[in-house]
Design a protein around this ligand. Structure first.
Ligand code: PGA
Length: 213
């Protein structure tokens, strides 16, 4: 099974997202060996899900709160996300850059698990801690994110060894994946999937990535 995860980041409003779905589903060819996960901004998850009812896609959150439910204004806890999403990105370098701490990442992983959400732990290099709770680890070298300069697939495979992942952990790569370079990654069975930012904003490009795997 390969995983293709769209990380829209802080992009799209509801009309734009609806338009995205329309175009995506006109081009997307579901593949039984490929799980597609869409991670929109929080408020769009539910309406898009309704719109895509019956379609072969899964839903994910781009983050979740490190706090449990309670008096935490503005936070979105795993408690609220349960049953809405199957996956949640945790520890993305953009969140770490915004001040997210190791202990918050650990909390998020635990809370996601408690509420039956599969966390996808992002790491930037071998220095970021890989927690036992993470069954999905996404290697996202900062220099490759949003720059168009993807890391060489051979280097991505080497990094998998250096990260010393347990054998059952799914190894995801993220950083400037697009419809052209995906073939070079897809020829490596060591890579279990992709976290796609910029190219996922274009529904045709995202459908093409899935097709080219
Ligand atoms: P990118 O983003 O595809 O735009 O490089 C990937 C990510 O940050 O998850």
């Amino acid at each position: 099974m390969k995983y293709v995860i769209a990380n829209w980041k802080a992009n799209k409003n509801l009309p734009e997202a609806r338009e995205w779905l329309k175009i995506f589903f006109s081009q997307y060819v579901p593949n039984p060996d490929c799980t597609v996960v869409i991670c929109p901004p929080f408020p769009l998850i539910y309406p898009l899900q309704q719109e895509a009812a019956g379609k072969k896609v899964m839903w994910g959150a781009q983050d979740l709160s490190a706090t449990d439910r309670g008096a935490f204004t503005g936070e979105v806890p795993a408690y609220t996300l349960q049953d809405l999403v199957s996956y949640a990105v945790v520890g993305h370098s953009e969140r770490r850059q915004a001040g997210e701490t190791q202990s918050q990442i650990e909390q998020k992983l635990m809370l996601a698990r408690t509420f039956h959400i599969e966390p996808i732990l992002c790491v930037r290099n071998t220095e970021d801690v890989i927690y036992e709770e993470a069954a999905f680890v996404a290697y996202e070298p900062v220099a490759a994110i949003g720059t168009g300069n993807n890391e060489d697939p051979e280097e991505v495979v080497k990094m998998k060894k250096q990260l010393n992942l347990r054998t059952q952990v799914k190894y995801i790569y993220g950083g400037s994946v697009n419809p052209d370079n995906i073939r070079a990654f897809a020829s490596h069975p060591e890579i279990d999937g992709y976290l796609v930012g910029t190219a996922s904003l274009d529904p045709a490009a995202f459908a093409e990535i899935i097709k080219n795997i």
